[in-house]
Write a protein that binds this ligand. Structure first.
Ligand code: PGA
Length: 243
């Protein structure tokens, strides 16, 4: 079973969600829903305001779609934290997963908050998708694994029995159309898997034209898809590549 996550980032509006939901449900139902459901967990991560709209827009097939939040507050409980969204709120509205440590959030200052965010997500009984990825200069200097191992060290005290996904997303491959080469991805995934027991997804310019090759690899447990997830047919082709 592969995990295919759509990360819409800060894209969409109300009309987009209706359209995406309808097109996706039609495409899903016209194909073999059971086969697709058995091959992949389809996880969608819309911006916060559209999480419920996506649920309604996919009502017919909503049990085939699992919701993921793109971010969570590092604050705990409720309180005077204007603009923040707590892990408990995400659980309450029906999310099951939360992205933690995406490189775009790390670039916005999240690095120091990640340990607390992970803790909040786990305490709310949600599943973290912990994202790691090296910048190009670290790869070129032959230090990619050291960089990733350091990012992963935040997971070392988490009970291995806890559900969690790791997403390996080399920063230079995100949104650039430049997918990392399969050998490098497989080498990195193998190293991650030797150190941690959780499934490891790949992210970085995944699209329908490369998904088959990537998802055929036994060490790639799924894909975190940004740009290509904004087109429902394209996204479903990636899901299909998992089956
Ligand atoms: P991309 O984004 O597929 O557009 O490269 C992936 C991600 O940022 O999760």
């Amino acid at each position: 079973m592969k995990y295919i996550i759509a990360n819409w980032k800060m894209h969409s509006n109300y009309a987009f969600v209706q359209d995406w939901g309808q097109t996706f449900v039609n495409a899903l139902t016209s194909q073999k829903v059971e086969v697709i459901k058995n091959a992949a967990q389809i996880i969608i991560s819309p911006p916060f305001p559209y999480i419920h709209d996506l649920m309604s827009a996919t009502a017919d097939q909503s049990e085939s779609i699992i919701l993921c939040a793109q971010n969570v507050s590092h604050h705990t409980g409720a309180g005077a934290y204007t603009g923040e969204v707590s892990a408990e709120m995400l659980k309450d509205i029906g999310c099951q997963y939360v992205l933690v440590g995406h490189s775009e959030r790390r670039a916005m200052g999240d690095n120091d908050l990640l340990e607390q965010k992970l803790k909040n997500v786990l305490e709310a009984d949600l599943i973290p998708v912990f994202c790691v990825g090296e910048p190009l200069e670290e790869r070129e200097a032959g230090r990619a694994w050291d960089f990733i191992a350091n990012q992963l060290s935040l997971l070392k005290n988490i009970d291995p029995a806890q559900q969690l996904l790791i997403a390996y997303e080399p920063i230079w491959a995100i949104g650039t159309g430049q997918t990392a080469n399969l050998e490098d991805i497989e080498e990195m995934h193998t190293q991650i898997k030797a150190a941690y027991n959780w499934p490891v997804l790949y992210g970085g310019s995944v699209k329908s034209s490369n998904a088959g090759k990537l998802l055929a690899s036994s060490v790639i447990d799924g894909a975190l898809v940004g740009g290509a997830s904004l087109k429902p047919d394209e996204f479903l082709s990636i899901v299909e590549a998992a089956s």
